[in-house]
Design a protein around this ligand. Structure first.
Ligand code: C2O
Ligand code: CU
Ligand code: CU
Length: 472
């Protein structure tokens, strides 16, 4: 019964959102309507014989230089496309570090605009956080050096220059950043070829087949999709349990993922690592920058069958799993972890996401600090919006725990439990999160809170706050 209610509210969300798009973009309305209709007509039925492209898995980063530049990328099917990328890799190379290891890297800006790299989800000091005021001009470079000291999860990295983030991410500058730790290792989760990082995003191409960024104030809407930079991908899988590490790398698009055979996912983690206990779900809503750690069991799928990762909002089958004959019968015991309570909040702060460019009535300004947060004190932050949602709200420098959502969808979903750094705020919703800045490195630093719909962020829906030093 509980599940039925959950499914119903999801379905309603989808309809409202698609209507929202159709109503809000008058000039592109026809196009959008056409795309939705086309997607609905074409989607759904898994077909093993389709001409899909093999899924690309980015190489691991093993360098000291991270070069942002303009490159040609093979996006599948023999198509070469001009992209902006890190180290000629689209998406960027996957950075992997164990807790306690450090990342020492020089970012080299070979783009035509200023840029700086932010490590989304990493708890690092101000100088390493990629604040837009550290943006370097074309030809410039910036040195990073920090120790990874946080629990295992999948984060990501992307540019953060003010007013240019949307374009640079959309043109291809983004990569995964995987953190390992001993707790996660003890869970015997699928690894190697059985663990798949999946950066899923929408995209548009120009006549030449090159990536094209045509933003609109309501958010970039791409005509098709890429997974790890591959158009219409497939991957050959064994009859085994796989670990999917999904990141919605879109500027603005929200997905509602499920599997075409209606099989359930085991949701084991999200932005900030493992959940307190895994939960089985048949679909989930993914807004920009959110991560999902999932186990998918293909052991009972017939060899030769295909299972699609399907987005119910667009109708796209974003990834085809072609199940082969090899069986791997290893089970993964039920996954649990510890998510400590943050205690009773000592104060509340209210933030209204106004229109498409303001927080509490103000546009972003590089040098204005809007509030100060005492180190190591628990606070509740309350997010509301007066319209123009969805706003995926993201905070730098700490993870938070979602307490409640009132109005709108009126519930906290299983994938919003545990530790989050991004939470989706829809029209009519009030979302309360509990947060404590207790990572020692953050003391004295300036951090950002912003809408992760990158067009909103670029227009000014972002704010600086300062984490105060601990007083003894
Ligand atoms: Cu992923 Cu401030 O950003
Ligand atoms: Cu971030
Ligand atoms: Cu927004």
């Amino acid at each position: 019964m509980k599940r039925r209610k959950f499914m119903t509210s999801l379905g309603m969300g989808a309809t409202a959102m698609q209507l929202g798009w159709l109503v809000s973009c008058s000039s592109e309305m026809l196009e959008e309507e056409f795309l939705i209709a086309a997607a609905k007509g074409g989607g759904g039925k898994p077909s093993g014989g389709s001409k899909r492209n093999p899924l690309h898995i980015p190489n691991l980063f093993s360098d000291t230089q991270l070069n942002a530049g303009i490159y040609q990328a093979d996006i599948g099917g023999g198509k070469s496309s001009r992209v902006w990328a890190f180290n000629n890799s689209f998406p960027g190379p996957t950075i992997e570090r164990s807790r306690g290891e450090s990342l020492e890297v020089t970012f080299n800006n070979n783009l035509v605009d200023e840029s700086i790299v932010h490590w989304h989800g990493m708890l690092v000091n101000h100088e390493n956080d990629g604040h837009p005021k550290f943006a370097v001009p074309p030809g410039g470079h910036y040195d990073y050096n920090f120790t990874v000291d946080q629990r295992a999860t999948m984060n990501w990295y992307h540019p953060h220059p003010h007013g240019k983030t949307g374009e640079q991410v959309n043109m291809g500058l983004a990569g995964a950043f995987i953190i390992r730790d001993t707790e996660e290792q003890s869970k015997q989760l699928p690894s190697g070829a059985y663990e798949l990082p999946l950066i899923i995003r929408d995209v548009s191409f120009d006549r030449q087949g090159d990536l094209e960024y045509k933003p609109r104030s309501g958010g970039f809407v791409g005509k098709t999709y890429l997974v790890n930079g591959t158009l219409e991908p497939f991957i050959a899988v064994d009859r085994a349990i796989y670990r999917l590490r999904i990141l919605n790398g879109s500027n603005a698009r929200i997905f509602n993922f499920g599997l075409s055979n209606n099989q359930q996912f085991r949701l084991i983690g999200n932005d900030g690592g493992l959940l307190e206990s895994e939960v089985s779900i048949s679909s989930f809503v993914a807004s920009p920058a959110e991560r999902f750690d999932l186990l998918v069991d293909f052991r009972n799928v017939n060899a030769g069958d295909s299972v699609m990762l399907h987005d119910a909002f667009s109708g796209w089958d974003v990834l085809e799993f072609k199940v082969g004959t090899k069986s791997v019968n290893t089970d993964v015991p039920s996954v649990t972890s510890t998510v400590p309570s943050l205690g009773t909040p000592v104060r509340e702060r209210a933030f209204s996401f106004d229109g498409m460019s303001k927080i509490n009535g103000q546009l972003y300004e590089m040098d204005r600090i809007d509030w100060e947060v005492p180190f190591n004190e628990t606070e509740d932050w309350i997010f509301t919006t007066n319209g123009n949602a969805p706003h995926p709200v993201h905070v730098h420098g700490a993870y938070f725990q979602v307490q409640s959502r009132n109005g709108g969808r009126n519930e906290v979903y299983p994938w919003e439990t545990g530790w989050k750094d991004t939470v989706l705020l829809e029209d009519g919703e009030t979302v309360r999160v509990r947060i404590k800045f207790d990572s020692p490195e953050t003391q004295g630093g300036t951090y950002l809170m912003h809408c992760h719909k990158l067009e909103h962020e670029d227009m000014g829906m972002m704010a600086n706050f300062k984490v105060l030093r601990e007083t003894t």
